[in-house]
Design a protein around this ligand. Structure first.
Ligand SMILES: [Zn+2]
Length: 105
């Protein structure tokens, strides 16, 4: 898996999965230079909006393919699968376009 460079020392110290975990209030520290890094706020906002949208479309798409009538249990399961599948492109986009910024103290 590709690694992301530290915005401070340019060392490839962060994995993309670590990027998924940092939010607005969670910071990571570079294992090389120990500086705090974060994800740009607009990126987080964009990702949350985009993932809600694609997740919702995934849900609608799968549910509309179901034979009616269906039970509420089947609806929930299929809806959840659709949501997760719809979420994938958003997650993929996020981890592949996000760059870390150094958090000023
Ligand atoms: Zn560093």
């Amino acid at each position: 898996m590709n690694k992301l460079p530290c915005p401070n020392c340019k060392d490839l110290t962060f994995t993309k999965w670590q990027v998924m975990k940092i939010g607005k209030f969670v910071n990571l520290r570079c294992s090389n230079c120990n500086s705090k890094v974060a994800v740009p706020t607009f990126k987080l906002v964009l990702f949350s909006l985009y993932s809600q949208l694609t997740g919702f479309f995934g849900l609608i798409a799968l549910v509309s393919l179901m034979p009616s009538p269906f039970s509420i249990t089947a609806f929930s399961i299929v809806g959840l699968i659709g949501y997760v599948v719809g979420l994938m492109p958003a997650v993929f986009f996020y981890i592949n376009t996000t760059e870390l910024i150094s958090k000023s103290v």
